[in-house]
Design a protein around this ligand. Structure first.
Ligand code: SF4
Ligand code: SF4
Ligand code: SF4
Length: 174
């Protein structure tokens, strides 16, 4: 039986997108741990590159204020820890309807077409490999209040707006 080390009750993957260099070591580390090989397409997190802005944004699992993956699952295969807000997948219950894949706001729940299974981050049972491998501290695993993490998308939007504003100012566009 697989034994998972359980982290602090309210720890989450915390992203500081301003520190991300786009090296994608985190994706490699994730699949090395979970799949025993380097295959970023199976990573449980995604680095999204915005070529026009020259930035990379790490997309990780949770915490979500409302968890669409939990809400859409017709067989309760994805459930949620009411304290940590972390969602987890019970593979034995999954019927591969793919509803959660489309529902995930971060786009990091995947269908593995080869092995026909749903792939989802489990925070490595409280010992996240991606956070350990990130060389810049762009992903950390910390005990934080839920609110700052929930606001991640809001912060990303503000960051993108700030970059666009700076670009316009430097090009003389009002
Ligand atoms: S390892 Fe860290 S710096 Fe590199 S892509 Fe991932 S989050 Fe960004
Ligand atoms: S694919 Fe599985 S886990 Fe996802 S919503 Fe369907 S039954 Fe639930
Ligand atoms: S916490 Fe683990 S499973 Fe989740 S993205 Fe990081 S390395 Fe992958």
């Amino acid at each position: 039986m697989r034994c998972l080390r359980v982290g602090p009750m309210s720890s989450h993957l915390v992203v500081d997108f301003t520190k991300c260099t786009g090296c994608r070591i985190c994706e490699l580390a994730c699949t090395a741990k979970k799949e025993n090989r380097f295959q970023p397409s199976l990573a449980r997190l995604k680095i999204v590159r915005y070529d026009d802005l020259g930035i990379d944004l790490p997309n990780v699992c949770g915490p979500c204020e409302t968890a669409p993956c939990v809400d859409v699952c017709p067989v309760y295969a994805i459930r949620r820890n009411p304290i940590t807000k972390m969602t987890f997948l019970d593979e034995d219950k999954c019927i591969l309807c793919k509803s959660c894949v489309g529902a995930c706001v971060n786009g990091i729940i995947l269908l593995d077409n080869f092995l026909m299974r749903i792939i989802k981050c489990d925070h490595c049972g409280g010992d996240p490999e991606c956070a350990k491998a990130c060389p810049t501290g762009a992903i950390t695993y910390s005990e934080v209040s839920v609110a700052p993490s929930i606001d991640r998308h809001g912060k990303i939007s503000s960051y993108l707006r700030e970059i666009q504003r700076s670009a316009q100012e430097s090009s003389g566009v009002e």
